[in-house]
Design a protein around this ligand. Structure first.
Ligand code: AMP
Ligand code: GLY
Length: 423
């Protein structure tokens, strides 16, 4: 099969690596890809939100199967448009991707399906939002309803900070139309875990658990980022909690989406807070997580393309999926200054030395080749150094040994990835 993978992050490098290993994959194309994905196929210069360009390319190239990595093309209806042309694609349709793209809709679905989640009010008017937040006597979480590149959530310990957040989103419109509506939620306390499942509309297959580290600073301090590292499995999510999440979250939402006339197919990612009152949903994502995908796919032994085909063809119940029991840890190496301003174009060295270590893969995210072929930084999160080991401590040690071999001006990484799992 000719496969087209859409996206350009660390997640897509990991997906490209696994897809290229499939016995079904004759050639892999990646749009737009990165220097890491180029090791496994042909990078194509089409942006991941250029829906028309992607569909045209897939038709012309006679692509058999498209895998969509990021949320933007999913919410813009790429899968629907490809199917109209008779091309199979992995990922939810536009109406189902709204579980991520429209947080107000997502919350309504959770409430309609009695799924445990934070209490919430939705506002389209700033003054009403302001009055409501001012009436609260505890912390609040203020969220833009639409997509905001993972930056649209403000966790506020004081109502006054919540009002400032609502003003930035609704009045200053820092996320554009994505802030036409906001959600004001109760602030949940607990440990987070990411539960990713393959869903074919009916059957739900829960992957190995994981946890990411959103804050830039050690000890989860400082502003949130796209994710500074992740590990799998997440010991905080015990078998008992996992089966509770399946029963109380995954089954009801998949049923609810069917009743709503928008069946869910693809990867469903439930961001969960494990609170004293049990697991509660923070958000749904309509795709693989980044960086959770890197350690999860390090552990996947089965053919990823076969699994994805089974999802699209609604026969997930007919296949078996195997995992490496050994844990994996991913340490993200970022540009100095990220998630604030940072410089690009720094020369990167040491990746070969890092990958020379056993069970280590270095996934590219914000990298590029300069005109004369030098590997350089080109984004905030630059590389995801990922390692397996006999336990989390061993995987973590190997990942840090590898990360220390990578050099570029201003390189930064947290030194405490995985610590929570060891406690
Ligand atoms: P979201 O994109 O909705 O998952 O939010 C991003 C991050 O904000 C989550 O991973 C949590 O760390 C935090 N967050 C979101 N909603 C809440 C909430 N209701 N209570 C506490 N933290 C939250
Ligand atoms: N790691 C968080 C996300 O992918 O949204």
């Amino acid at each position: 099969m000719k496969v087209l993978l859409v996206g350009s992050g660390g997640r897509e490098h990991a997906l490209a690596w696994k897809l290229s290993k499939s016995k079904l994959c004759k050639h892999l194309y990646i749009a737009p890809g990165n220097p890491g994905t180029a090791q496994f196929g042909t990078n194509v210069g089409i942006n991941d939100n250029d829906i028309e360009g992607l569909v045209k390319y897939a038709v012309e190239k006679k692509i058999d199967f498209v895998v969509v990595g990021p949320e933007d093309p999913l919410t813009l209806g790429l899968v629907d448009k490809l199917e109209e042309k008779g091309i199979k694609a992995f990922g939810p349709h536009k109406a189902a991707a709204a579980l991520e793209g429209d947080k107000a809709f997502s919350k309504k679905m959770m409430q309609a399906c009695s799924i445990p989640t934070a209490d919430c009010q939705v506002f389209s008017d700033f003054n009403e939002a302001k009055a409501y937040i001012a009436s609260r006597d505890s912390g609040v979480v203020v969220k833009a309803s639409g997509l905001a590149k993972g930056k649209g959530v403000y966790v506020c310990s004081e109502p006054s900070d919540g009002i400032l957040a609502a003003e930035k989103i609704m009045v200053d419109k820092i996320f554009g139309d994505a802030g036409d509506q906001i959600l004001v939620e109760e602030k949940l306390i607990g440990q987070e875990t990411s539960i990713l499942a393959f869903v074919d509309g009916h059957t739900i297959y829960v992957m190995e658990t994981s946890q990411d580290h959103k804050a830039i600073g050690e000890g989860d301090t400082g502003p949130n980022t796209g994710g500074m590292g992740a590990y799998s499995p997440a010991p905080v999510c015990t078998d008992k909690i996992l089966s509770q999440i399946q029963r109380e979250v995954l089954v009801p939402i998949v049923d609810g989406m069917n009743r709503n006339g928008s069946p869910y197919k693809g990867v469903l990612y439930a961001g969960i807070m494990i609170t004293a009152g049990g697991p509660k949903v923070l958000e749904f994502n309509a795709r693989f997580g980044d960086p959770e995908t890197q350690p999860i796919l390090m552990r996947l032994k089965s053919d990823l393309l076969e699994i994805m085909l089974a999802v699209v063809e609604e026969r997930l119940d007919k296949i078996t999926i195997e995992w490496d029991p050994r844990p994996a840890v991913c340490v993200v190496v970022s540009s100095g200054g990220y998630p604030g301003d940072y410089e690009k174009g720094k020369k990167i060295t040491g990746i070969e030395n890092a990958e020379a270590l056993e069970d280590v893969k270095v996934f590219h995210a914000g990298t590029r080749f300069s005109a004369d072929g030098e590997l350089q930084t080109s984004g905030g999160r630059v590389l995801g150094v990922t390692a397996c080991g006999k336990d989390i401590a061993a995987a973590r040690e190997r990942a840090y040994e590898a990360a220390a071999k990578i050099k570029f001006d201003g390189a930064y990484y947290r030194r405490d990835i995985g610590d929570k799992a060891l406690k």
